[in-house]
Unconditional design. Structure first.
Lengths: 316, 316
């Protein structure tokens, strides 16, 4: 049985600058899911995970615009809402794409909590901007009512709330996800899990408390892949490969490479913070914890990458 | 193994008149989940379903108040968001309640689509009010842009959108839910599913299209209970029993009774439309399709009702 965890990026759902309408998001998802459906038809059972940046941002903006009338939900609850929203949209798009490939499988979405360490240094230094822009007066009000942190966005001229981005250290629902992927004679389900990097919680004495933070979706996907004992982890993005000297005149695409080589490149700062670097880190975590192959490529090149003819393949 | 589908009502999450804050909802859920945790400790593996009326209403209001800035999501997507929001909150509250009872189980929430018939007569006659109140001018605008139906609310003086409430005829994700409940040696998961009556979809040629409708949560729970081949179906509400002559001076609580008797009472109009009648209908559907026992009682009486000492028990 061939199985994999596959992570799709935010731009698989909404392109930069596009209006966040249901129609636009479904159209992008239909195009992405056509590629995923071919992968599934070729024999892969997958756990699919996805980004949620623009969507959770818009849910926060909706909460903010309604805040005089309705209590706003905390960030962890908004992440949960975005898992519902996007999980459903992906289910619908992927089911349709599978039917077009002649494959009948139920696409099942499991709400996923990701465990973070309450002592993670990220909590001391919130860096990730989320939600709407505020003016100085609103910031003063929100600081007093909510104890939020803010950073100024010079380019776009306004303040935004910043939240911590701690490292994922566990997945609460991994046993159920594993059972859905590996449990049957023939897996009936394609599983969507860990959307948006998961709903961040801290664990104390067996129960969980939500925290107002966001977790990198590729790192969370790597933790999930390890927990469900996958051997293959595929990260889809908007470039066909990871590159060396990406911003130079001669960017060099990486093909087949090893974890040791990638760690060197990473330590030399070859990969962009917030874009390629977390993907490489996620791959290295996966390979250091039982994973066998990690692939970084574009959605369009996934078929070729699985056959070793495109993309960046990292082995132990 | 003792298993059951358990449905909790809206007031288990938010009492009438209470502000819909996260803190209020969690406090109510903690109290409800204490009872559910005792049921689980006593040996029941459960699939838990829940209402979402106030919550999806508030998500619609947030969409509406933000509509000049952000495209509103269709109703089916808002239902999906409410499944994420409430599924997560219930997971957290129930995990804590279980730990207090000394039970370690993962509470797993599966996003659930409910299948309805595109030819259901409800689509001809939308009756269920959802979301914000509008004035006449807004109604004219929304009718032209969205093709929505509206009804006037005389008491509260305003228009509200009305949507169809078709009957549920299937559950897309039932096989995965069944595997999570029955799949293991010892079930590790408590499963939350079919929140808010499910995300309504119609099926054509194997794929699903969302529809702007809402489905009664007890009827959807009954369909789910039949699909996962449960024998016991428990509906929790704010009264200890179903009653005959409920609005008379002498309301008579129903104890142990049969499906045939309940059908007679139902046909004579003994049960309130929109409150007890759909619960009785849900019980009858369940018992006519393989179910053995249906219980209607309050959250507080669940322990006693399971032992036959309280509540309304309906058998085939």
């Amino acid at each position: 049985m061939k199985t994999a965890v596959v992570a799709i990026g935010g731009n698989a759902i909404l392109k930069a600058g596009e209006e966040a309408s249901f129609a636009n998001q479904m159209r992008n998802l239909q195009s992405t899911c056509a590629h995923l459906a071919r992968m599934i038809r070729s024999g892969y059972d997958i756990v699919l995970t996805h980004g949620n940046g623009p969507q959770v941002g818009n849910i926060l903006i909706q909460n903010d615009l309604a805040r005089k009338k309705l209590p706003s939900m905390p960030l962890d609850v908004c992440v949960a809402e975005s898992q519902g929203q996007l999980g459903y949209m992906i289910q619908q798009a992927l089911t349709e794409a599978l039917i077009k490939e002649g494959v009948r499988k139920v696409v099942t979405c499991v709400l996923t909590r990701v465990i973070v360490d309450p002592d993670d240094p990220a909590f001391e230094q919130p860096t990730k901007p989320v939600g709407p822009f505020y003016d100085g007066e609103e910031v003063a009000e929100l600081k007093s009512t909510h104890n939020w942190d803010f950073a100024i966005d010079e380019k776009r001229g306004g303040y935004r709330r910043v939240v911590p981005s701690p490292r994922p250290i566990g997945i609460v629902e991994f046993s159920g996800i594993r059972r859905l992927v590996f449990g049957g004679e023939n897996q009936a389900e394609v599983v969507i899990a860990s959307g948006g990097g998961g709903i961040p919680v801290v664990e104390r004495g067996g129960f969980y408390t939500g925290v107002e933070a966001v977790v990198d979706k590729d790192l969370a996907a790597a933790v999930l892949a390890v927990k469900v004992q996958e051997k293959l982890f595929v990260m889809l993005t908007d470039v066909d490969n990871a590159f060396l000297d990406y911003h130079s005149k001669n960017p060099r695409p990486l093909g087949r490479t090893t974890a040791a080589e990638m760690r060197e490149h990473l330590e030399r700062g070859q990969f962009g913070a917030g874009s390629m670097a977390p993907k490489v880190e996620a791959a290295l975590y996966f390979l250091a914890n039982g994973g066998e192959r990690a692939i970084i490529t574009s959605t369009e090149k996934i078929d070729q990458a699985l056959e070793g003819r495109a993309g960046t393949l990292i082995v132990r």
